[in-house]
Design a protein around this ligand. Structure first.
Ligand SMILES: [Zn+2]
Ligand SMILES: [Zn+2]
Length: 348
């Protein structure tokens, strides 16, 4: 497009973004002027952005939408293209960085002050309170960008495999910590992007993994075994031994009592998702004997530092299916239908 009727003459730098204008509507491709980073911000050229189940909850209107239109996407790998005035986080033009869900925390509320910025009272989440990575470019706060120092052989293939670490990996890491140090036998419900990474982390740490999939999803069960799971079966099946803890990544409330049934006395059930269907009533004896149910919310930058160091020392097999940016709606549909082994990743 060019000419006097178009704001996008070839001389005006532009970006492309997949935009959500209303809940339950397909994302629309938009051309926009390239934004200037403000104080403390960076403009990144997006190399890859993975698609998270949270994006699906946003697009499907299962979470309140604080900002519309919004560009979703919070598992971003990008290259610093321009720094705003006063940017002093030490990142330079050309550096490769990750941008996770936590795009800002206030630094002064009670939670931030006690090192729990994941629970900040006034957070800003990427692709939710500010435009995210389903785009060719994104603006991010420098202090919340994660330097990526993994060696690169093929920049775009590597970016596609690193992007899912930014949420699936990170939330998985935080959920694994919430499961408890003493967890030797770990159940994972929902064997998607997060579970396929956590399984590898847990196994590398010497734990045994028991993978629960949709009943009858033999492909997902075979996938789990191929990554080293000791056992895989449907979520309605009984594992061969009692488990120490279970993490739920599937957003299905019925799985909470199901998981309580398979954990031992004192065992813990961790809900790793931001949204879940209602948990049905269940008999108190499932919770009795000091079993507990906890949720994991968001992440801290300390989680990211720990997890990225772990991932560098223990390279993870990151299974991805890539889509061009313009096919973001197809990627979301495939995720909704459970058709993806590993993670869906958009390449601008
Ligand atoms: Zn996410
Ligand atoms: Zn705060």
């Amino acid at each position: 497009m060019s000419g006097p009727s178009s704001p996008f003459s070839p001389d005006v730098p532009a970006m492309r973004a997949m935009v959500l204008k209303a809940a339950r509507q397909p994302l629309e491709m938009e051309r926009r002027h390239l934004p200037e980073p403000g104080p403390g911000e960076l403009r990144l050229r997006v190399l890859a952005c993975a698609v998270c189940r949270t994006d699906l909850h946003i697009v499907d209107g299962e979470l309140p939408l604080p900002m519309l239109p919004i560009v979703p996407g919070h598992e971003i790998v990008g290259v610093v293209e321009q720094a705003g005035p006063g940017e002093e986080a030490g990142l330079r033009v050309g550096d490769r960085v990750g941008v996770p869900w936590l795009g800002h925390s206030c630094g002064c509320c009670a939670f931030c002050l006690e090192g729990r910025e994941n629970l900040c009272d006034t957070p800003r989440f990427t692709g939710y309170h500010r435009d995210g990575g389903f785009a060719s470019h994104v603006i991010a706060e420098a202090a919340f960008c994660l330097p990526l120092t993994m060696p690169t052989t093929d920049a775009s293939a590597d970016a596609a495999r690193i992007a899912p670490l930014m949420c699936a990996g990170l939330i998985g890491w935080r959920s694994l910590k919430a499961a408890g140090e003493g967890t030797r036998r770990l159940g994972l419900y929902g064997f998607g992007a997060a579970a396929h990474l956590v399984a590898q982390v847990a196994i590398a740490q010497g734990r045994e993994v028991f993978a629960f999939t949709r009943p009858g999803d033999l492909a997902a069960q075979a996938f789990a075994r191929s990554l080293g799971a000791a056992w895989a079966g449907g979520s309605d099946a009984q594992p061969p031994v009692p488990l120490d803890a279970a993490i739920l990544f599937a957003p299905v409330g019925e799985l909470v009592p199901a998981a309580l049934r398979v954990v031992r006395k004192g065992g813990r059930v961790v809900c790793g998702g931001i949204h879940m269907s209602d948990i049905p009533a269940f008999p108190y004896r499932l919770l009795w004997e000091e079993r507990s149910v906890v949720s994991v919310a968001n992440l801290t930058r300390a989680d990211a530092t720990e997890f990225l160091a772990f991932a560098q020392a223990h390279p993870l097999q990151v299974h991805v299916r890539t889509y061009p940016l313009a096919q973001a709606n197809e990627a979301l549909a495939d995720l909704r239908a459970g058709r993806i082994e590993g993670a869906a990743v958009l390449l601008p």
